[in-house]
Design a protein around this ligand. Sequence first.
Ligand SMILES: [Zn+2]
Length: 272
Amino acid sequence: MPSPGRCIYCGDNEGKLTDEHVIPYALGAHTAIFEKASCVACAQTIQKYEQRILRSQLGVFRARIDAPTRNRKDRPTHQDLHFIEVDRDGRQIRDLGNRSFSIDDTPLNLCVWQLAPPRILGEQRTEEEHVGQPWASIAQSVSQKALAMRLAREVAEETGAEHVAIKVDTINRDDFLRFLVKTAHAYAVFEKGLGSFRSLTTDIILNRDDNLAQYIGSSPINPEYESSLSNMTELGLGVVKDGPAAGYTAVYIRLYPMLGTPPHVVVVGEPP
Ligand SMILES: [Zn+2]
């Protein structure tokens, strides 16, 4: 897509602009590129949280599914799993330490974040629901749970512990949601053009506002589309039909739908 002539995040048209991957390279390789669409300052702000998500937090998962990477050499080959002894109620009673495994021998787990629909849509939800909770794909998969239990049993035999659990890392909520908001905004501008809506999420994207649940949340609708098992990212664009945000531009976004992940919606802008 040719350059919009200014930064799609802050609107600056003075400084140097760089090419922008609408769908981050680590998810979609070169699927959709916006030429000269981000200023250097915005690119630096965004890169910090985007890399924390894609490289650190989703690094092992992305290596397992052979997702696109620019640094194949840096790709993780081993994963540390943290084992604990627990009582009958699942409370930790002893730390059993880390064990390192080849990533192919560990359970496949993707952790994302699930929360109530965006507050701006006007549904009555509790603050706790807007904060939300981690969502782990391993909890949905019989085969991956069985593999985790086999590893836990081995550690139980080795340590004499009665009940062993594996502690999994949960994703950082704010980094993850901010990353989805940024991707949704870039996609909406890519599809509709910079002047087609007035952005509501600029301060969130540029890390100046933490009120994420105002604009992002679980999608209250599941759009009908031709889904494919090979889809890594699904994006859709629409307009909010009714409620306090009627007429606002919204983006449907779902990462790794083949794992049954919760779909999100981002209310990206109001009419100009
Ligand atoms: Zn900018």
